[in-house]
Design a protein around this ligand. Structure first.
Ligand SMILES: [Zn+2]
Length: 102
């Protein structure tokens, strides 16, 4: 087999932001997880199980995703308003801790 030398795969998995549809490394995006109990929260340590969706670490993308009901589509169920408010609060917290890390 003659593999071309320049055939390099990206070293990281690429995910799409459901707010702006930008493709980025999953480490650059915030993973939002639908928990088994119906809560929708950012996955701050990357270890939470459940269905996930990705958004850029900024509130505009989260806002877009919420407005256009992309979480409903990503999670294949309807997310109520209360969960979205919780998600927004959690997301803001998550961004704060992220900026402390970098
Ligand atoms: Zn985005």
């Amino acid at each position: 087999m003659n593999e071309p030398a320049e055939k390099i795969k990206p070293a990281y998995p690429v995910r799409t932001c459901i707010g702006c549809y930008a493709k980025k490394s999953k480490y650059e995006l915030v993973r939002i997880v639908l928990h088994a109990d119906g809560r929708v929260l950012p996955d701050s340590d990357g270890k939470t199980g459940g269905r996930g969706a990705y958004v850029c670490p900024n509130e505009d993308c989260l806002e877009q995703a919420i407005k256009k009901k992309r979480f409903d589509r990503a999670f294949r169920c309807s997310i109520d308003k209360k969960s979205m408010v919780n998600l927004k609060n959690g997301f803001t917290e998550c961004l704060k801790t992220r900026s402390e890390h970098y």
